[in-house]
Design a protein around this ligand. Structure first.
Ligand SMILES: [Mg+2]
Length: 109
C-alpha cells in the first residue's frame, strides 16, 4: 500500500529542493488544472502519456494537501465512503441524456 502521507512530504521536499515556489496556492491550483488539461488533450488526441499527466495531477494534489495541512489519504478514504453511500435519482435531460441527481440527506447535505 502506498503511504500518501509520506508521498506528500516527498513531493513538498522536492519542491523545496528545486527552489519552486511553495506559498502561491493560486499557482498550484492553476498548475494542477494545467496538468489535467494536458492529460485530457493527450487522451482526446489518442496520444501516449496520459497516465504520466494524471500522475502529475496527483503530484500537485499531494503537494497542495501538504501545503494546506490536509491528509489526502484520510480525505480520500472519507470521501470515497461518502460517495459509496450517496443515492441518486436517474432522470433525463431535455436532450434525452441520462442525468443523475443526488439525493440530499441530513448527513450528506
Ligand atoms: Mg505534465
Amino acid at each position: 500500500m502506498v503511504d500518501l502521507t509520506k508521498l506528500q512530504k516527498e513531493v513538498m521536499q522536492n519542491k523545496i529542493d528545486k527552489g519552486f515556489p511553495i506559498n502561491d496556492m493560486a499557482f498550484e491550483f492553476c498548475r494542477a488544472h494545467e496538468e489535467l488539461s494536458e492529460a485530457f488533450s493527450k487522451h482526446n488526441k489518442g496520444q501516449p502519456g496520459v497516465a504520466e499527466e494524471l500522475a502529475d495531477v496527483a503530484i500537485f494534489l499531494l503537494g497542495m494537501c501538504e501545503q494546506l495541512g490536509f491528509d489526502l489519504e484520510k480525505e480520500l478514504v472519507r470521501k470515497i465512503e461518502i460517495n459509496k453511500n450517496r443515492q441518486y435519482i436517474k432522470s433525463k435531460s431535455p436532450e434525452g441524456k441520462d442525468v443523475f441527481i443526488r439525493v440530499k440527506t441530513d448527513i450528506d447535505p
